[in-house]
Structure formats: structure tokens, C-alpha cells
Design a protein around this ligand. Sequence first.
Ligand SMILES: Nc1ncnc2c1ncn2[C@@H]1O[C@H](COP(=O)(O)OP(=O)(O)OP(=O)(O)O)[C@@H](O)[C@H]1O
Ligand SMILES: [Mg+2]
Length: 452
Amino acid sequence: MRVLLADDEETIAVTLRDALEEAGYEVVSAGDTDTALAALEAGGIDVVLTDIRMPGKGGMVVLSRSVELDPNRPVVIMTGFASMDQAVEAVDIGASFYVQKPFRNQAMVSMVDTLARLRELQLENTRLRGRLEASDGFRDVVGQSDAMRAVFERVRTVAPTDATVLIEGESGTGKERIALALHELSERGKGPFVPISCAALPESLLEAELFGSEKGAFTDSRKDRKGRFELADCGTLFLDDIDDMPLPVQVKLLRVLQERRFERLGGEKTHEVDIRVVAATKAPLRDLVREGRFREDLYYRVNVVPVNLPPLRERTGDVPLLVAHLIERHGRGREYRLSRTAMNAMERYPWPGNVRELENSVQRAIALAGKKLELAAEDLLPLDPRWRGATEVTGEIRPLRTIVKEAEAAHIARALESTGGHRMQTAELLGISRKVLWEKMRDLDLEAPGNS
Ligand SMILES: Nc1ncnc2c1ncn2[C@@H]1O[C@H](COP(=O)(O)OP(=O)(O)OP(=O)(O)O)[C@@H](O)[C@H]1O
Ligand SMILES: [Mg+2]
């Protein structure tokens, strides 16, 4: 929990700060009104402690602004010149407490403890509410980020129609889950949901799987077999990995999508089916069209309604919610939890394998937890100290210089990662010159990702 401590009186600024830090809080200090306001704007503050008389417009302004930004955040007013009127006014605006100086630091810390606990419950509640509202009606799918809310919204809108949907997203982002949700939220929900991966089978087998085959179509086919198109009749056909579909099969698929009719392999009879098609792709189909690996006419048939699932690293706000959900899914009723630092590390890690990787890591940590209920950061995240926070893993006291260096290296590495190795952008993000960045990378033995 992060506390903003706004006071121009040096003794308070220092001694209360120490007491709070000792109790485990992160303290942001401000010696005047403007600095306090800037800290509020910057975000991430959980509890506000503010003096009334300090340089600038004073603590009542800090109080008002805090309430404006987040009416649920506790604010404590500390003043050496308490007056009843002012106390009433402060509480009216939304202060939680009005405290007269001098006070004992320990009493103040206890008060912050209470407020911080309230705050935590509140945040948890908001999170739960957001989770229920955002993905209401979706089985086994959670998310509260703007990106996922947009996905839910779109799925709700198009599910009841028969429009073909193209889901685009990296591996493990939840494409199949969303395809299933489209099916379940539609009239066809009671009918079959038939998935087929276009990547798993060679061309001839894929054709037979999709369209079925008649006796004698292959040397060893002894009886007629229904294909997935027929099996999906009155339901939804999910064409997974459509980006891997061979061109000859694409031609045949195009015809079915246009006419909803086809023949089995080696058969003459034309079958008609009533299906809804949902397709998924890892690669943007537009690019494949340009490269001549995907038919343009088929592209337009498939890409009627696009749904884009962003990679997890672009919606880290979903991580705590997903972790809670996955613990529920795999925890066999036990209430596993993560420390705050472990959760922060989970939000920092870029999850190249997306939700599937997150799911695996939660399952692994549960398996390794034994009787403990707290999941360990070292079971959740890769070995690389960059992702675990080097200082926290060992817990031992080491020279400050080493710790600072490690933190610096980790931070620069992350910045480089986020810009794809672009030096100028990285330097800008970090607020240092390119020269300093270059020197630091050399001294810390860092390499930029990519070849820039
Ligand atoms: N929003 C979500 N909420 C809950 N679980 C999710 C979510 N997204 C994905 N998952 C889980 O993550 C795992 C991977 O999801 P899914 O199989 O749908 O991904 P995918 O995009 O089809 O991956 P691939 O491209 O590798 O086939 C599944 O176990 C799924 O339940
Ligand atoms: Mg899949």
C-alpha cells in the first residue's frame, strides 16, 4: 500500500515517514501543495495524509482533489490549528479523520493500518464487481481491461446473429474460449460446437475431416464418414488456425461458405448444412493475403466480424483477476493466494505464452505449494531474476550498490523490451540521454532485443 504524506514540517515528514515505512508502507512525501497534487495525479496512492497549512493552497485543496479523483480513497487531515468548523468542513468534503497535532506516530500508523485494510477490501470489491459485470454470461472467461470489455461487448452483439466471426490473437490468448462463448450465447447453443484445427492435419486428411468421405474414396475407407461440416449441422463450426489452411482446401471452403453446400470426398450427393462459422488465426490474415498465402476472396468471406484478442502483456490489469479465476479452477477448493510482491511481479512479466502460460504457472505453483496456501514467486515465474525481483528472492542483505545495479539492469531491460530495442525511445522513456543509456548498457552488460 502506498501512502502520500504531505507535510512541510520536517520532524513529521521524517519521523512519521520512518514509522510508516517500518510498518511496511511505501511512502510518497510532499513538502508543499503542488507536489502533493502532482503525486495524486500520478496515481497509485492508497491513503492520503495531509497537513492543512503548507506552501501553496494547502491541505483542503489536496483533500478535494483526492475526493474528486477517487471518492473511496481515505484521507486523513493533520493539523496543528484544529478548529471545529474546519473539522466539520473537512469531513463534509470527504475526509476520513481529522487529527490534531502533536500525535504519537504509532497511533497514526495504527490508523493507517485500519484505513489500508478498508482500502484493500474496497479494491477487492470493485475488482469483483467489475469482473462479474464485464464478463457476465461468459462461462470460464474473465477480464476487466478495456480491451477485454470491448471483446465481450462485441461477442454479445454478434453472438445471436449467424455472421461469420474471425478471432485474431496470439497463441494462448483465449481464442477457443471466445469461440465457445459465441456459440453458447447464440440460438445454436443447444446444438453442437465442432472444432477443427487446420494446422494439425496434412492437406488430404484435412479435406476428408472437413467434408467427410464415402466408401472407397481412399483405398482403406470401408464406410461412409461424416465430415465436420455435417457434424456441425444446426451448430457452430470452429475453424482453428485457419491461417495454416492449405490453398487447395481454401478453394473448397470458399464454396461451402458461399453456398452452404458440398459433397463428401469420393461422393456425388450434395449435402446442405445449417452452420455458423467461427474462425481463429494467430497471424493477421491481411498480411497472408498480401503474401499470396491466403485467398483474398476467402478472406472477405471469413472476416465479416473481426474480434481481436490482445496479448496478455497489453492488458496486465487482467492478471490478478485471471490468477484468482485460475486458482478457483485448479485449486480444488483451497484458497491459495499470492503475496503482493509476487502479484506485482506477475503483472510485470510479459507472458509470451499469454493466458495459457499463466494457467500453467498457476497449476505448477499449486502443485509445488504442498500444505502452504501462499503460492511462491519462484514457482510462478521463470528463473530470470529480472522477472522475480532479485532482492526479494534471496531476502538476504547485500551491498546497496549491488541491489541498485540489479534494479537498474532489470528496469532498463524492461524498457528496452517494451520499445522492441529502440534506443532513442528507451532513453526517452527512462528520462536519460542516449549516451547515458549506451554507457549503462555497456556497464551492466545488457543487450537490446532484436538487432537494432
Ligand atoms: N479470459 C480468460 N479467462 C479465463 N481463462 C482464459 C481466458 N483466456 C484464456 N483462458 C484459458 O487459457 C487457456 C488457453 O486458452 P485458449 O485455448 O482459448 O487459447 P487459444 O488462443 O485458442 O490458444 P492457441 O492459439 O494456442 O490455440 C485455456 O485453458 C483457457 O481456458
Ligand atoms: Mg486454440
